[in-house]
Design a protein around this ligand. Structure first.
Ligand SMILES: [Zn+2]
Length: 345
């Protein structure tokens, strides 16, 4: 019997971009296709975009010697809540008309491949666990700091789903009773304090209160031009208000991480998304705050680190999900041997 190469398609179906990769079973990206998500044009448009992307990478792969019969399946990281057992996206907040869609079945029929669906934050966590910042770490938590806050929890090398497949909604952990209004309708959620949108809103509120900042000159008094990145960049220049906003954000995020660390006792907390690119300037105050306030025993050995896979995390994680579903990817404690070789029969 001869060992044969197998390949997997991984898709990250984001609100902004669709990222599709053709990957080897070791996570080597053979080819990649990206497009802007045309979510506002409705569900059918998004589905046809995913199909086109998959067909593009298959065609490109074929040119590079990847035959159709060596494709094991396709994984998709999509907006949650998702039940990965039945392949249904219950609702996609940014795509009109997307309710109870059997996406896995629909795509599977069209592409004649087994298709597996997973929540996007879980997929990103799986990607970082397999080949990213968490390689070799079997207990970790990923937080994606973007427009919203995504969360994925890996326990003993497996995604934590909970009873109704909605575990890991870390963004909606309440950190301040009766606090700021969150996108979910509740008050005081972590997301209401630490998302990119919240950073901008908290800055605008302070400016409205009369706090002086370099920002007003930088954007020429056009407040709609203030972005989260601009607040962070201006803080690095020493601006008092922006520094306070970044420090507050670090404390709020630190509070969320303390709760995670105290409850789950992970080896690693990985921070992804735009804000996580700010470096030590942002990570140092978070680490300090966590060390100071978390239960002493829980913080021993826990690392707080930036994500490593960037915009590929979701797609790579979707590949990992297929390998897991097929029983080909196990605990990462020994990376070289964690892939069980398939044999040609
Ligand atoms: Zn919330």
């Amino acid at each position: 019997m001869k060992s044969m190469s197998y390949y997997v398609i991984g898709v990250d179906m984001g609100a902004t971009n669709i990222v599709c990769v053709l990957s080897s079973k070791d996570g080597e990206i053979i080819t990649r296709d990206t497009s802007k998500t045309l979510g506002s044009e409705g569900k059918e448009k998004t589905i046809s975009q995913i199909i086109n992307s998959a067909k593009n990478v298959l065609k490109e792969g074929e040119k590079l010697g990847v035959s159709a019969k060596s494709i094991l399946g396709m994984g998709i990281g999509g907006p949650g809540p998702i039940n990965s057992d039945d392949g249904i996206i219950y609702i996609a907040p940014n795509i009109p008309g997307w309710i109870n869609t059997s996406l896995a079945e629909e795509l599977g029929n069209e592409l004649e491949l087994p298709v597996f669906l997973e929540n996007d934050a879980n997929a990103a966590a799986l990607g970082e666990w397999w080949l990213g910042a968490g390689k070799g770490v079997n207990n970790l938590v990923l937080l994606t700091l973007g427009t919203g806050i995504g969360g994925g929890i890996i326990i003993n090398g497996e995604i934590l789903y909970g009873a109704g497949h909605v575990a890991g909604e870390i963004g909606h952990m309440v950190i301040k009773e009766g606090g700021l209004l969150c996108s979910c309708g509740n008050h005081g959620c972590l997301e209401a304090y630490t998302s990119a949108k919240s950073v901008v809103n908290r800055t605008l509120a302070e400016i409205k209160e009369g706090r002086k900042t370099l920002l007003t000159d930088i954007v020429d008094n056009r407040m709609e031009k203030i972005t989260c990145k601009l607040v962070f960049d201006t803080a690095k220049k020493g601006d008092g208000l922006c520094k306070k906003i970044v420090e507050d954000t670090a404390k709020y995020l630190g509070t969320g991480i303390i709760n995670i660390v105290n409850i789950i006792n992970p080896q690693m907390v990985i921070l992804g998304g735009g804000m996580a690119k700010a470096g030590d300037f942002f990570f140092d105050p978070i680490k300090e705050y966590v060390k100071e306030h978390a239960f002493n025993e829980s913080t021993k050995g826990v690392k707080i680190v930036p994500a490593a896979l960037g915009s590929n995390a979701g797609a790579i994680g979707a590949v990992a999900f297929v390998l897991k579903k097929k029983g080909l990817l196990n605990k990462a404690d020994c990376f070289d041997s964690n892939i069980i070789e398939l044999s040609e029969t």
